[in-house]
Design a protein around this ligand. Structure first.
Ligand code: A3P
Length: 294
């Protein structure tokens, strides 16, 4: 499947073989030259892995559980999206430069494409990984409703596109492997969507510790309650409302299901067997372990 076009405009380009939004590719020089600071915290995810969820958790921790402060702006505007570029809006880099320190930033970039200053500055990285099957399903529905990404085609077509890594931000396998393998060499907290789902309190405590925030039990309980799927779906500041020309939530809501194991409602038996085989090949030799169902 082509990478591909809306009218005559290509929606995706490539950097070093990784498909990225064309507008990001056009702005690549600025992105690579971004000057990270030692007190930056970078939220890193493959798309559809719970980025919005961890952003809200981090924001609530940063503001000591003050729910009103987290209503100050829509979630996508609170933490600059490093590689975001859609002129004439200010780019992610420009927004980050204008932000007071310490900054919380976010990216979907694979580790090898990260601006080098992040490594040079020894920043903190908070990576959230989600199992590949649910990521695929979530990304399929997201591309159906997101006008800035290529139309996914049919489920069967998209299944192949995802496996071959011809989606924006590239292969799930390489992304997750790349970041996982770095986890002991840098300041990184590596979390799993499935763990946050199963035991939010325990995982939020890990994030608090990583952010060096000492908050009492009542605040922790507030953060757990405020970041449930239901709460975030009902919260206009977290449910990613955007003009229909960008995200058409009448096709599929941004806060879609928020569960583990939805892949079972999508994968055929043959697709599941094929996926498992490809997974074994592509993830061979890694110690990472995912949970794909409750
Ligand atoms: P589904 O499409 O499977 O429902 P991202 O923010 O990286 O784009 O990820 C979006 C996915 O995370 C969507 O998955 C969305 O529903 C899910 N999500 C967002 N907030 C969540 C929450 N509080 N709890 C569980 N899942 C959540």
């Amino acid at each position: 499947m082509a990478l591909t076009t809306a009218g005559t405009q290509p929606l995706l380009g490539e950097v070093a073989g990784i498909p990225l939004p064309a507008t990001t590719v056009d702005n690549w020089h600025q992105i690579q030259g971004f000057k990270a600071q030692p007190d930056d915290l970078l939220i890193c995810t493959y798309p559809k892995s719970g980025t919005t969820w961890i952003q809200e958790i981090v924001d609530l921790i940063e503001h000591s559980g003050d729910v009103d402060k987290c209503q100050r702006a829509a979630i996508q505007h609170r933490h600059p999206f490093l590689e975001w570029a859609r002129p004439p809006q200010p780019s992610g880099v420009e927004k980050a430069r204008a932000m007071p320190r310490p900054r919380v930033l976010r990216t979907h970039l694979p580790a090898q494409l990260l601006p080098p200053s992040f490594w040079e500055s020894n920043c903190k990285f908070l990576y959230v990984a989600r199992n590949a099957k649910d990521c695929l399903v979530s990304y399929y529905h997201f591309q159906r409703m997101n006008r800035t990404l290529p139309d996914p085609g049919t489920w069967d077509q998209y299944f192949e596109t995802f496996i071959s890594g011809k989606v924006a931000w590239g292969s799930w396998f390489e992304h997750v492997r790349g970041w996982w393998e770095l986890r002991d060499n840098v300041q990184m907290l590596f979390l799993f969507y499935e763990d946050i789902k199963r035991d939010p309190k325990q995982e939020i405590q890990k994030v608090m510790k990583f952010m060096e925030k000492n908050l009492d039990g009542a605040v922790l309980d507030t953060i757990v309650q405020e970041t449930t799927f239901e709460k975030m779906k009902a919260n206009p500041m977290t449910n990613r409302s955007a003009p229909k020309t960008i995200l058409d939530q009448s096709i599929s809501p941004f806060m879609r299901k928020g569960i583990m194991g939805d892949w079972k409602n999508h994968f055929t038996v043959a697709q599941n067997e094929r996926f498992d085989e490809i997974y074994r090949q592509k993830m061979k030799g890694t110690s990472i372990n995912f949970c794909t169902e409750l």
